[in-house]
Design a binder for this molecule. Structure first.
Ligand SMILES: O=C(O)CCC(=O)C(=O)O
Length: 289
């Protein structure tokens, strides 16, 4: 699989998608440009959702869905929890969709993720036509403050692509006890900290507990405590962790854009697109198919 990824990255899938991108470079507005510049410099950018997507109705629809998801999740947690979508080893995150869900433009968060404002950011940052690989909403269940951090609550690099962009949209206020997302700026491939446990496809991507702090100075870590409605863009091939909520649940919407090489070798798309591919433009069709 490693060899397949590298081949697709260097020669096959990504070469074609780089060509598509350079043949139709999108014009970015000031907000998009600011996000891409910050991503280029540090691997992350924080922006109020309303700055990027000013349409109030979209935000209201996302909020409404989040409210329903929170009520259903909390009812499930009070009951036997049977109906909740959780993954083995990551029981602390309840997912609204998980893998295999059918989604189309009638879903407000999916519609944002597949919109040109978002795709143009992802494609420009990655320098290729990206694939919309993962879309979901998460509810991170509060843990005992003295519990051990598990899975993505620990520092790691995502193993599945080096051309990776995720966005996290906070749907509640997030403070230190709500499991904020955390990141080491400039740790993605090409950055100042790229050589610390360097990214490799399917690599050993979780440093032993306590070791990262020995190599990264305290002021080299960003903790994203922020109000509801904040969006964090991030290249998660760099070091990150989060979701260790201890007092209040953290609720966020998330999306992943990856390169075609990743989808061809190391990842699966999380959803089935139910709309018509004939009615979308070329870059969007590419992202959804
Ligand atoms: O839940 C978090 O804040 C961390 C998420 C994460 O590790 C990921 O999406 O790759």
């Amino acid at each position: 699989m490693r060899a397949t990824y590298s081949l697709h990255d260097r020669v096959l899938a990504n070469r074609t998608s780089r060509r598509h991108f350079s043949g139709s470079v999108p014009e970015l507005d000031d907000v998009q440009q600011k996000i891409v510049s910050a991503l280029d410099a540090e691997g992350y950018c924080v922006v109020p959702f309303s700055e990027l997507i000013p349409d109030a109705a979209t935000w209201t629809a996302i909020e409404q869905q989040a409210d329903e998801f929170v009520s259903d999740t909390e009812a499930g947690l009070e009951g036997d929890g049977e109906a909740l979508r959780v993954r083995a080893g990551k029981e602390f995150v309840v997912r609204r969709h998980s893998f295999g869900v059918e989604l189309g433009f009638d879903d407000p968060w999916f519609a944002v993720c597949a919109s040109r404002p978002m795709l143009d950011i992802a494609n420009t940052y990655l320098g290729l036509w990206s694939k919309l690989q993962y879309v979901d909403v998460w509810y991170s269940v509060p843990q005992a403050a003295d519990a051990d951090r598990k899975a993505s609550q620990r520092w790691h690099r995502d193993f599945n692509d080096k051309h990776l962009l995720k966005a996290f949209l906070y749907l509640v206020d997030v403070d230190d006890s709500t499991g904020p997302f955390e990141y080491v700026p400039e740790s993605a491939p090409g950055g100042r900290y790229a050589d610390e446990w360097p990214w490799r496809p399917l690599g050993e991507n979780y440093p032993p507990d306590g070791e990262l702090e020995k190599r990264i100075p305290e002021d080299g870590i960003r903790t994203f405590t922020a109000p509801k409605g904040t969006m964090v863009f991030c290249n998660t091939a760099g070091f990150h962790r989060g979701g260790f909520a201890t007092e209040r649940p953290r609720v966020l919407a998330t999306v992943t854009y990856c390169s075609p090489a990743s989808l061809a070798s190391l990842t699966d798309r999380s959803y089935l697109y139910t709309g018509s591919l004939d009615e979308v433009d070329d870059a969007t069709r590419f992202a959804l198919s």
